[in-house]
Design a protein around this ligand. Structure first.
Ligand code: FAD
Length: 427
């Protein structure tokens, strides 16, 4: 595959697919999305927890999520969007004071966040029935909920394909060529072409292993490479998620994003072991004061916890029973008698793309005339995906954000800590 395209999007996860759909909806043609693995075996988009909320502490995050949740609501059946709320438990008086303070911002966005005293929590969520005296309060945000992220990504892709976007699977972006864009002003550079390595589809039983090797060592083994090709493009968009810093490094842009492993697990509780009044089908997300989060997932519960000491790296290993017994079960049983007897079913690890202020990066890259980016959404890429795609498409085609001002998310903010978008309500 060599030649010339109008827009080249690197990364076909939920963000790349959303950008592709939004650009195509604005009438842009000649769009190609390239990805090492469109099945997303190691893409964060396929490995996440399915939480969707607009209750954040930074306005830009509230707005980007609010618009995306409105979109989920409009396709609720297709995306399995369930508006079942987020219950957030606090045991730290300082954090609690900040949570109360931020309600004004959240209510401005129509989120109707409720405040609960410790004694009122079991009434709202009968699952939470232990150690209530340790808590100082809780918020319940009824308009938040749960979504099927795979269905969301599939929608963006289908929509984009119907409008002529081409998705190229098994193509690894291995190099970037840039040129001086002197005619376009100053010393700005432009991305002129992207080098791709095609990947041989191997023994299906080994494919996931081969992909994992490429995505953790950032190299395509000679035996797997089928061809080298080159695509010239007029506009280039970096949507590589946790791998975005590797691409930035190739063009001399120092990135601040770090990939960090996040583990989640499915937990089985027999119906007869659930405390009286617990109805999983009516429950949304619960975020415990310990940092553990959980929600019902089919016939199981899905629970996650991020040990603060996890070092950055392209690490997809799952610690299995050790993770469940050390990190999950003690926290679950401490807060809910229903988890006194429960079983670890299975779990997995995916990558968060973490920035120093825990907010995403969206916009044009300074010093380049045709390079854009949308990545590093920490734990919120799915729930911001629609607004990010739509607004980046607006910026690319009309030079400005239109419905949600995403300019606070430009990467230039990291040069000045006063401009950081410090988002502390993340898990
Ligand atoms: C455990 C966990 C729980 C999470 N929970 C939530 C949640 O509840 N709600 C929420 O909104 N978000 C959550 N997130 C975050 C969310 O999943 C991400 O923010 C989002 O999926 C990022 O999407 P993306 O398209 O930027 O990246 P990705 O989905 O990772 O896509 C990047 C793509 O780039 C491809 N790629 C990488 N390098 C190359 C290369 N050189 N050439 C070609 N292709 C390449 C990969 O194959 C991949 O398909 C969670 C994440 C994890 C890991």
């Amino acid at each position: 595959m060599s030649g010339r395209v109008h827009v080249l999007i690197a990364g076909g996860g939920v963000i790349g697919a959303s950008v592709a759909s939004a650009l195509a909806r604005r009438g842009v043609d000649g769009i190609v999305v390239v990805d090492l693995d469109l099945a997303g075996v190691y893409a964060s988009s396929e490995l996440n927890a399915g939480g969707a909320r607009a209750t954040w502490w930074q306005r830009v995050n509230v707005e980007a999520c609010r618009h995306t949740l409105d979109f989920f609501r409009a396709h609720a059946e297709r995306f399995q969007f369930r508006e079942l709320g987020y219950l957030w438990l606090y045991d730290d008086p300082d954090l609690w004071a900040r949570a109360l303070d931020k309600r004004a911002l959240q209510d401005e966005a129509g989120l109707g966040v409720e405040v609960l005293g410790p004694g009122e929590i079991p009434e709202r969520c009968p699952l939470v029935d232990r150690a209530l005296d340790e808590l100082v309060g809780a918020t319940f945000s009824p308009r938040d909920g749960l979504v099927n992220p795979n269905a969301v990504r599939a929608w963006y892709r289908e929509d984009a394909e119907q409008r002529g976007v081409v998705f190229r699977n098994r193509h690894y972006v291995s190099g970037i060529e840039t040129a001086l864009a002197s005619a376009e002003g100053g010393s700005a550079r432009r991305v002129s072409a992207v080098e791709l390595t095609g990947i041989r589809a191997g023994d299906p039983s080994d494919e996931a292993g081969a992909l994992r090797r490429i995505l953790t060592t950032h190299r395509v083994p000679a035996g797997l490479a089928v061809d080298e090709s080159r695509l010239e493009c007029e506009i280039f968009v970096n949507c590589l998620g946790a791998w975005s810093p590797l691409l930035s490094a190739k063009i001399g842009v120092r990135d601040v994003t770090e990939p960090v492993r996040r583990q989640i697990a499915l937990v089985d509780v027999h119906r007869e072991d659930l405390a009286p009044g617990v109805a999983p089908e009516r429950m949304g997300m619960v975020v415990d004061a310990s940092g553990l989060y959980l929600h019902p997932e089919g016939r199981f519960f899905l629970a996650g916890y991020s040990p603060p000491g996890d070092a950055p790296g392209y690490d997809f290993s799952y610690d299995g029973d050790g993770f469940f017994e050390r990190e999950l079960w003690p926290r679950l049983a401490h807060r809910a008698s229903s988890f006194e007897r429960c079983h670890h079913v299975r779990g997995w690890a995916g990558l968060y793309a973490v920035t120093p202020d825990c907010s995403g990066i969206v916009g044009g890259v300074a010093g380049f005339t045709n390079l854009y980016e949308a990545h590093s959404f920490t734990g919120r890429g799915v729930m911001q995906s629609f607004a990010v795609g739509r607004e980046l498409a607006a910026l690319i085609t009309s030079g400005r954000f239109e419905s949600v001002d995403l300019s606070p998310l430009t990467r230039e903010r990291f040069a000045d800590p006063a401009r950081w978008v410090r988002e502390d309500l993340h898990i």
